[in-house]
Design a protein around this ligand. Structure first.
Ligand SMILES: [Mg+2]
Length: 279
């Protein structure tokens, strides 16, 4: 099978670990894309593994298991996921094992951090050690005010994911990166982002399964997060045109100077990967 630009994809048959983005890659909103179920079966049949890696920090892993079950992917368990909320919990555990963390995010995000044994508060706290924000689909003005009040302190400031928008069937809605830009405009502070394009999530999963870089493929619909995370981790990438990025934007990027955002392979959707594996 050839990719969108005519490049032979046969080398993808040697991959052992497939790291899928979700929104825009395997589904959009509540619609699972064609070929996904068959693709996951094919990967398993070949002795490979798949993990869904998402920047969406509004949901917990338990939420994702339920969502994918509902969409018809019945065999997934918590082992098949790694979220930016989990990556955030891991990093905070390392940096602030006992300090108070002021956290602004969804209830799921807060639970993920608490579940990791972190000392979390969602209230204004003068004695906090750090500020952590996630993609907050339960955001209201009171929460925004509290976060701004916290940002007046000179504290380490982290955000789970840098995405400007989260795709939905109707288009998109503001995500964590958008929110952080608002805080920057209000308080002049910018966070250290944790999810993709940082290579952290890929490295953690690759280490867990003991797979070589050459055996990993990252599949995603966004250049500045998914594809960049793969390049930053030194693994191959497949950009799918079923979500956010258009063919024109991929062409522009390939001809441009942002090396980290250039995909190795490009395809209309994941069925090209299925066809390649079945060849
Ligand atoms: Mg996506």
């Amino acid at each position: 099978m050839k990719d969108f630009f005519g490049k032979d994809m046969a080398a993808l048959k040697n991959k052992k670990l497939f790291l899928f983005d979700m929104d825009g890659t395997i589904y959009l909103g509540n619609t699972l894309f064609d070929g996904v179920l068959e693709l996951l079966d094919e990967i398993e049949k070949r002795g490979g593994r798949y993990v869904f890696i998402t920047n969406n920090s509004s949901k917990s892993v338990a939420d994702y298991v339920k969502k994918l079950n509902r969409l018809g992917i019945e065999k997934v368990t918590e082992e098949n996921f790694f979220t930016s909320a989990q990556a955030t919990a891991m990093l905070m555990k390392e940096k602030f094992p006992t300090g108070i963390l002021y956290v602004q995010g969804t209830r799921s995000f807060v639970e993920e951090l608490k579940g990791a044994g972190l000392n979390v508060t969602t209230e204004y706290a003068e004695d906090a050690a750090a500020i952590v924000v996630g993609y907050d689909t339960e955001l209201n003005y009171e929460k925004m005010m509290t976060t701004c009040k916290m940002l007046k302190f000179d504290l380490p400031y982290y955000a789970a994911n840098p995405d400007w928008v989260c795709p939905y069937e109707f288009g998109a809605a503001p995500d964590c990166g958008w929110m952080c830009r608002g805080y920057e405009m209000a308080m002049g502070k910018t966070p250290e982002f944790i999810g993709k394009p940082q290579p952290t999530m890929i490295n953690v999963v690759r280490g867990k399964f003991g797979v070589e870089k050459e055996e990993v493929l990252v599949i995603g619909d966004r250049l500045y997060t998914d594809i960049a995370s793969g390049n930053n981790a030194g693994v191959d990438t497949l950009c799918v045109l079923s979500g956010e990025v258009s063919a024109e934007e991929v062409i522009e990027t390939i001809q441009g100077e942002k090396e980290a955002e250039k995909p190795v392979y490009t395809a209309m959707d994941v069925t090209a990967l299925l066809a390649t594996l079945k060849e």
